[in-house]
Design a binder for this molecule. Structure first.
Ligand code: CTP
Length: 405
């Protein structure tokens, strides 16, 4: 294979002009019409100085030839699992077919790509591409959740026309966008190493009796995405979890905290963290009394007195001594809500408030997407509607900037 390997360059340059350490990228290509776009991805990676090892599945070789990739990558495609494959810095799979996605979720190892994926414990970025009906099928969506929970980052698929003439979500994200995300993952992998990041997520439930509670609709998806992103950047992450309805990311220390009191206790006990991201929807009030057992039905109205809970974020802000970065979230309505988020920045003494408008059904509470405004003393940044995973990237960028990382 040596005739393909050219002299290695010591570093390359991303399109932002940053110096990037040369990385060893395993580029998995699966069967699908988007396979030809992986050629452009290879070219972009090689041009920026990275070592690319292409691994085509047998199905991919029906669409593109290994020879094309070998020429672009200037190295041979491995036909069996070599130990050095698992020492790569990044496994990038583009396109990722529904079939290989399912195999990865199940841990199957029936070709060199799936074997490498199983043997590899570094960061994985994958760009699914398939028919929109296949993408939206519950089987695929469950596999997607499994991979996300294990820390695999999925980019796309995007909305658009597919090869079969269907329109919908299933089209592979464009190679330049995949390339940029891959490079930034490589740049970021040590960004928060040695830092302790505390994330609260989900919605608290305040018991009325043994079976009933006062709660809210928060799924915890935003907080889980933040925890996964902080972990990806090398941080030591603790997730204070209030009734999450999404899986918790792998590699993160999870502490269950179902009530506001639990969140307060577990969070304040870890207030020496370098970063605290208060994404949980913590109840402002709880029933002053909890009925014994299950309260039986009666003819009289049931009057419940609610008492205020501890405002955890305010306590963290007021008692801050270690220069930690504090991030609060404000779920509120419209321009007046944004105005209130600006006020919370000062009253809760935090560095950043992430505002989202809860009057909209398509974002925020219990939705896959979010559209937020990052409010800080330095100014405001409006982020376009995007998946919570992408919003988490932007929030962690802002946090890292404040830490000087
Ligand atoms: N928060 C908290 N402890 C509480 C309530 C909220 O730490 N008891 C945190 C949330 O996790 C969030 C931020 O405070 O990061 C803002 O929460 P929000 O409910 O929007 O604001 P409140 O301060 O509760 O004010 P209001 O409900 O009047 O908007």
């Amino acid at each position: 294979m040596t005739h393909w390997i050219r002299r290695r360059r010591k570093c390359g340059f991303s399109r932002y002009g940053h110096n990037v350490r040369v990385a060893r990228v395993l580029l998995g290509v699966t069967g699908g019409i988007a396979a030809y776009k992986a050629c452009e991805l290879t070219r972009l990676l090689v041009r920026t100085g990275h070592e690319v090892t292409p691994i085509l599945t047998p199905d991919a070789e029906r669409f593109v030839t290994a020879h094309t990739f070998e020429a672009l990558a200037r190295r041979e495609m491995p036909r069996e699992l070599y130990p050095h494959l698992v020492e790569a810095d990044l496994l990038l799979i583009a396109p990722l077919s529904a079939n290989t996605l399912a195999k990865l979720a199940q841990g199957l190892a029936d070709n060199v790509l799936t074997q490498s994926a199983l043997a590899f414990d570094g960061p994985v970025l994958a760009a699914p591409a398939m028919n929109p009906r296949m993408w939206s099928h519950p089987a695929t969506q469950e596999n997607v959740e499994t991979l996300r929970r294990r820390g695999v980052e999925l980019i796309g698929p995007d909305q658009g026309d597919t090869a079969e003439g269907d329109v919908g979500v299933g089209r592979m994200t464009e190679p330049d966008e995949i390339f940029e995300r891959g490079v930034s993952l490589l740049e970021m992998r040590d960004q928060l190493r040695g830092r302790r990041v505390l994330v609260t997520a989900g919605g608290t439930r305040e018991p009325l009796d043994a079976v009933r509670f006062l709660g809210n609709r928060s799924s915890g998806r935003m907080g889980a995405a933040l925890a996964a992103e902080a972990r990806r950047r090398g941080a030591e992450v603790t997730l204070v979890s209030a009734n999450l309805s999404v899986p918790t990311p792998v590699g993160v220390d999870v502490v269950d905290a179902p009530t506001a009191e639990d969140v307060a206790r577990e969070t304040l006990a870890r207030r020496d963290a370098d970063v605290v991201l208060m994404a949980a929807a913590v109840a402002d009030y709880r029933p002053a009394e909890r009925a014994e057992g299950k309260r039986p039905k009666g003819g009289e109205p049931w009057t419940v007195t609610l008492e205020p809970t501890t405002d955890v974020l305010r306590e963290l802000g007021a008692g801050r001594t270690n220069g930690a970065v504090l991030v609060g979230f404000a779920a509120d309505v419209g321009e007046r809500g944004l105005e209130r988020a600006r006020e919370k920045l000062a009253t809760k003494q935090v560095d950043l408030i992430v505002f989202n408008d809860v009057s909209r059904e398509d974002i925020g509470f219990d939705a896959a997407d979010n559209e937020v405004v990052l409010v800080s003393a330095d100014g405001e940044q409006r982020l376009e509607k995007a998946s919570k995973e992408r919003i988490a990237v932007a929030i962690l960028d802002a946090v890292a900037h404040r830490l000087g990382s």
